[in-house]
Write a protein that binds this ligand. Structure first.
Ligand SMILES: Cc1cc2nc3c(=O)[nH]c(=O)nc-3n(C[C@H](O)[C@H](O)[C@H](O)COP(=O)(O)OP(=O)(O)OC[C@H]3O[C@@H](n4cnc5c(N)ncnc54)[C@H](O)[C@@H]3O)c2cc1C
Length: 387
């Protein structure tokens, strides 16, 4: 077994890095997600022009036909340099592949080119006030009305609904069967009459939304896959969401800062790295990052082999998101009273990133399925334990 990228892949990494050095917005804020600049359509357009949105997609669907390992490298670099990829990220990562596997010819022709050109974004409409971990409890209804469906209900925590053109919506289409057998997925235009979008903010200042549907009319052609067959599409789509190196790389940035800080900072006359507790905890954390990268790499490798990751994605997501919290906690512990200070000022250290990361990583183990749900998946689908 050889743990290395090929020379061609290393060249590709340099190409992405050079692009970012040239094209990243010069006024990119320290915490783009909190500042609301994580979504930057002009930047997404530049990536699209380069052919890098959907770079691992087959050419027949508008992609580059490059591998998932290249996509891993590309995402690693994007996150490392805090590139604002929020406009296209979810559609590229999960809705595009879901449409390729389950969509109609119309949907493939209509949505896939739009995603790779950054002409349209699709957000995720699963969670509701009474359906989060248990998505089979979805209550938003889609009822047949002639050639259309009428949608009524409410979705919560919908990231990017205020900037996306469409929502990938889980709805109840049959209330008379087992809960998971009566769900259907629709792609709904968020500009339709009857859609109401209201903001919600996390404690880190990032925005998500409440989206209400009041008799929203959707043509039947927007139904993805079979009527009442949405459960499996949603599950597969979540596996795509749980894949990726983004979480580990995001936390690694902070960790590298903290290691540098321990090397350069004196407290009570001694460098922080002289403290054996600090040394041990940093060393332990570096092992955890190596593991997190390998777990994400395994998922990318599976995708490169044409496999759809399942419990492997849950292992990577669960470990990677808990790692982000452990890294933030470690940073807070090492920085002491300087850790929680935000904003610009004489006491601010590491540009206030520790406090922000500490707050924002709380939601990492919730969004995309909580850690408990990942463990349930690992236990049942991975280890074949009874439900
Ligand atoms: C920042 C952020 C962004 C988000 N973006 C989106 C989005 O774009 N689209 C979207 O649809 N949703 C989004 N979500 C919602 C997210 O997917 C849900 O919050 C999550 O699935 C948990 O659902 P819930 O909040 O209803 O909690 P609940 O399901 O009510 O869970 C509450 C607690 O009970 C535990 N629990 C529940 N069931 C079990 C079980 N069977 N076994 C063990 N423990 C269990 C959970 O782990 C959790 O700790 C986002 C959430 C956050 C925080």
């Amino acid at each position: 077994m050889r743990f290395a990228f090929t020379p061609e892949q290393e060249v590709f990494r340099q190409e992405v890095r050079a692009f970012l050095a040239r094209e990243l917005p010069k006024d990119q804020p320290e915490n783009p997600e909190a500042e609301g600049q994580w979504v930057n359509r002009a930047f997404s357009k530049k990536l699209a022009a380069r052919g890098w949105i959907g770079l691992a997609w087959p050419k027949e669907h508008g992609g580059q036909g490059l591998g998932y390992i290249e996509r891993f490298i590309y995402n690693d670099e994007m996150i490392h340099y805090r590139a604002p990829i929020g406009y296209h990220q979810s559609a590229e990562r999960q809705m595009g592949p879901s449409i390729m596997l389950n969509g109609s010819d119309y949907q493939k022709k209509h949505y896939l080119p739009g995603i790779v050109k950054a002409d349209l974004a699709i957000c995720i409409g699963y969670s509701e006030p009474n359906a989060g971990s248990d998505l089979a409890g979805v209550q938003t209804t889609a009822v047949r009305d002639g050639d259309d469906f009428l949608i009524n209900g409410e979705k919560t925590y919908t990231t990017n609904a205020h900037v996306a053109e469409y929502v990938w919506l889980a709805t109840r289409t049959n209330p008379n069967v087992a809960k998971h057998k009566g769900i259907s997925v629709f792609i709904v235009d968020l500009r339709s009459p009857g859609v109401d979008i209201q903001p919600l903010y996390t404690m880190a200042g990032t925005r998500f939304n409440i989206v209400r549907f009041n008799n929203v009319r959707v043509p039947r052609r927007e139904l993805v896959g079979e009527l009442d067959g949405g459960w499996y599409i949603v599950a597969q789509n979540l596996d795509f969401e749980r894949s990726g190196i983004e979480r580990v790389t995001g936390a690694l940035l902070l960790f590298e800062d903290v290691v540098r800080y321990a090397r350069e900072t004196r407290r009570n006359g001694r460098f922080l790295y002289d403290n054996p507790v600090v040394r041990n905890r940093i060393a332990d954390m570096s092992v955890a990052f190596a593991v997190g990268r390998q777990l994400a790499f395994r998922v990318a490798w599976m995708q490169s082999q044409g496999k759809v990751p399942n419990h492997e994605a849950s292992i990577s997501k669960g470990y990677g998101t808990e790692l982000t919290q452990r890294a933030a906690r470690l940073a807070m512990d090492i920085m002491g009273m300087y850790g929680p200070i935000q904003g610009e000022g004489r006491w601010t250290q590491l540009r206030g990133r520790v406090a922000y990361t500490f707050l924002v990583t709380v939601s990492e183990t919730i969004r995309g399925g909580t850690s408990e749900i990942q463990r349930n998946i690992i236990a049942t689908r991975g280890l074949r334990l009874p439900r």
